[in-house]
Design a protein. Structure first.
Length: 254
């Protein structure tokens, strides 16, 4: 990735974020890895290619901490060329046992945490009229899925946020992309109590995201044989949508 020298990856201690940090490092990028778990970041840095991953522990829900982290990255590594906003949590929710705390946590981490990191790093990009932002959302943002009322709402909001920001960022030379993976085998998806079609290994998901960054275009989504079906489902009348999704996930037999 010749145009990217320094990347900031959030949610880098596990799952897609960790795999992305390793994939970017292998491509020759210097990676600033952020997550709350500093010990896991240090372990990640220890196995990365040529010492290219550097640990910058922090909590994305703390706006001041993210602003300080962005400044620290620039001072230690140089200007940030790429931001991959991947930090997120998934907690299954249900109407029968409505958990307001779970909603609050996911909104705080997935949505407000992303905004905190944008506020920390985006001004420098717009000032120099260059850079790239990748917002990691999910196909759960396309439409409602079982047990994802809170998680899916945050991902739908992230897609909308990225779409809206694109109008402004196009004018100042900053590229924004949204990554909408299908189901990826991570600690988060292990919590799903339904069938996950086209479940993908996390390393392959990271490779596809990096290829999508290199290729360009607004949306990075995969595997298309699955994600495009979900897009098409949204064009159906609601009774048919709910029936097909319930059948595909096995929710109709619960």
């Amino acid at each position: 990735m010749d145009i990217v020298k320094v990347a900031w990856v959030t949610g880098a201690s596990s799952g897609i974020g960790r795999a992305l940090a390793l994939e970017l490092a292998a491509a020759g990028v210097t990676v600033a890895a952020t997550a709350r778990r500093g010990d896991q970041l240090e372990a990640l840095a220890a196995v990365a290619s040529a010492g290219r991953v550097h640990a910058f522990p922090g909590d994305v829900t703390d706006a001041d901490a993210m602003a300080a982290t962005a400044r620290d990255i620039v001072e230690r590594l140089g200007p940030i060329d790429l931001i991959v906003l991947n930090a997120g949590v998934f907690i299954p929710v249900s109407a029968e046992q409505f958990d307001l705390a779970a909603f609050a946590k996911m909104f705080d981490v997935n949505l407000t945490g992303t905004a905190n990191c944008l506020a920390a790093a985006l001004p420098a990009m717009t000032a120099r009229r260059s850079g790239r932002v990748v917002v990691v959302a999910s196909v759960t943002g396309y439409g409602g899925l079982p047990s994802s009322a809170a998680y899916g709402a945050t991902k739908a909001a992230l897609i909308n946020m990225a779409e809206s920001l694109k109008f402004d960022l196009d004018k100042v030379g900053v590229t924004i992309q949204v990554a909408n993976p299908g189901f990826v085998d991570t600690p988060a998806t292990e919590k799903n109590a339904f069938k996950m079609p086209a479940l993908m290994a996390v390393d392959e998901a990271a490779r596809r995201i990096v290829r999508g960054i290199e290729r360009g275009g607004f949306e990075i989504t995969f595997p298309k044989r699955f994600t495009y079906v979900l897009k098409a489902l949204r064009l159906l009348p609601y009774p048919l949508y709910f029936r097909l999704v319930a059948k595909a996930t096995g929710w109709d037999r619960r």
